[in-house]
Design a protein around this ligand. Sequence first.
Ligand code: ATR
Length: 311
Amino acid sequence: MMINGKTTICGIFGCPVGHSLSPAMHNAAFASLGLNWVYLPFEVGPKGLPAAVEAVRALNMAGVNVTVPHKQQAAALVDQLSPAAGLSGAVNTIVNRGGVLHGHNTDGEGFLRALEEEAGLRAEAGPALILGAGGAARAVAAALALNGSPEIIVANRTPEKAAQLSELIRNRTGCRASALTWPAGPGQGGPGEGDWASVLARASLVVQTTPLGMGPGAEGTPPLPFDLLNPGQVVVDLIYNPACTTFMNRCQAAGARVFNGLGMLLHQGAAAFELWTGRQAPLAVMRDALKQNIQVRRQETGDRRQEGAGE
Ligand code: ATR
């Protein structure tokens, strides 16, 4: 990489940011297309975000990714919001167009692209059950609803948050949306077990967005009634480390087609790359960079970092 007076700068704001795979992914992409661009990590504390976002404009950066814990605050700091960023209330990508800062949410877009590429499934294919109601769930639900999903059902440990997310989707889009009681466990006959049977009978897609199962050796799993899954039903766990969670194993054993969160991570980056550069993202190069860096991470002893759910 040759940095000179004409190098275009983009990067990522987060805290912590040292674990991010995005610098490796984007710098590999710039190099492969011969672009004189560089992508840098910036550790930005909670109080520093307004000044950091203003610096994107002041330093004439092309744009940045924004990650934990800044995605919601970033939505209030940009000049314009894309429909997905507006609905999810979160920005993971800022694009500087002549001093006007545009906020996007490519996490949801990345989820949809990965779903189509890996599972051959589109949002409009059928109802989606989302497990969890945090930031990742909001991004996925917003993207599904804005892209033709007929129905979204949200189940969350804290039922109020599932109700809030389903209400948001229902009120702000034409998509049907409802909340389900977090199951007590298969066969325990808790409240709503009949609802779970009917939801799983009609859902084309189940998305696991909680951190349960993250980190090497983590065995936790949402209490999905696994025996109610249909053969061939598509299940996506947004976690990518480990590559296969206990949840994924149990869904696969029940006959589902399961995918992890690596595709979403790749495609949210590809969508951001395209917004910044106007060029098609070199997917193979970006995928290799991600895989190599994840491999290195896995070999590092003592790394118990949790990984999943977009950038
Ligand atoms: P993210 O941005 O990765 O989605 P988040 O916004 O903190 O992270 O959301 C985490 C989600 O995982 C929430 O839905 C949370 O449930 P609560 O609303 O009940 O907190 C869920 N979650 C986290 N830990 C969990 C656990 N041990 N069991 C069940 N759900 C959990």
